[in-house]
Ligand binder design. Structure first.
Ligand SMILES: [Fe+2]
Length: 253
């Protein structure tokens, strides 16, 4: 039977996911950490091939294992189509599907935390033809939402549309699998609990209690986060873009 395995990185409070359909011997990894041996070993135990690697966005708080895992497994990296990165990836947008045998992974564009952010709907077709889970990246956490002040962030309007127009349009029973839990620099007020449901967050997540956009903006202003300047270096590494090297001034003879 298809299943989801969550991996916790206690150092960075990151969560990554291994999704497998052992019946069809296919698996995918979402937001892999640098410790890629975890996923390779798990795929080996399932006699399955890693056929897809998904980064929900260009991470700003840890080094993504996507490229390392892609090199080892040969699987493509899927990212939001507006991702500005210096390596090869398969660009995806709303409605694109990744076939994992009896599992469908469907892309939902969720700009806000970053403009290229995507979330992934999980449908286990052995059970039903509709999704029962969503991997929400840094868009929606258990008890908080993703910060909007890192380089590459979208606007508060985008985040509001994503949360209230897209994620909260899902049924209450849909399980929520975020990319972080308490202790992460990517939000504050997150829970130690590492998964939730859309219904529970709809009712109890403080950021989702704002009915109007004005209330949402006030919530953002009243709940600032500690600056995290190191995000620029993580973004540079994870996007593999050349850093501008300042030219040394000519020496005086
Ligand atoms: Fe992030």
């Amino acid at each position: 039977m298809p299943y989801i395995k969550q991996f916790q990185n206690e150092k960075s409070s990151c969560l990554s996911y291994y999704v497998c359909c052992p019946g069809k011997a296919k698996c995918a990894v979402i937001d892999p950490s640098d410790n890629v041996g975890l996923y390779i070993d798990q795929a080996g135990r399932d006699f399955s091939d890693i056929v897809a690697i998904i980064d929900t966005h260009i991470h700003g708080d840890h080094i993504s294992g996507a490229r390392k895992l892609s090199e080892i497994s040969g699987a493509p990296i899927y990212m939001g189509k507006s991702s500005g990165v210096g390596f090869q990836f398969t660009p995806v947008s709303d409605g694109d599907k990744i076939d994992l045998g009896n599992v469908d992974l469907e892309v939902m564009r969720t700009p806000g935390h970053t403009t290229e952010s995507i979330s992934i709907l999980y449908t286990d077709r052995k059970r039903a033809s509709v999704p029962w889970g969503i991997f929400s990246g840094d868009t929606l956490f258990v008890g908080d939402i993703g910060r909007l002040d890192f380089s590459g962030a979208g606007t508060s309007e985008q985040m509001h549309d994503t949360l209230f127009g897209k994620l909260l349009s899902l049924p209450d029973y849909v399980e929520l699998y975020p990319a972080h839990y308490v202790g992460s620099v990517c939000g504050k007020g997150m829970s130690l609990k590492t998964y939730s449901t859309i219904g529970f967050e709809r009712r109890f997540n403080p950021a989702l209690q704002c009915i109007s956009f004005e209330e949402f903006e006030r919530y953002l202003l009243e709940n600032p986060l500690e600056p995290f300047p190191a995000h620029l270096e993580f973004k540079r590494i994870n996007s593999a873009l050349q850093m501008e090297v300042p030219t040394a001034p000519p020496r005086k003879s």
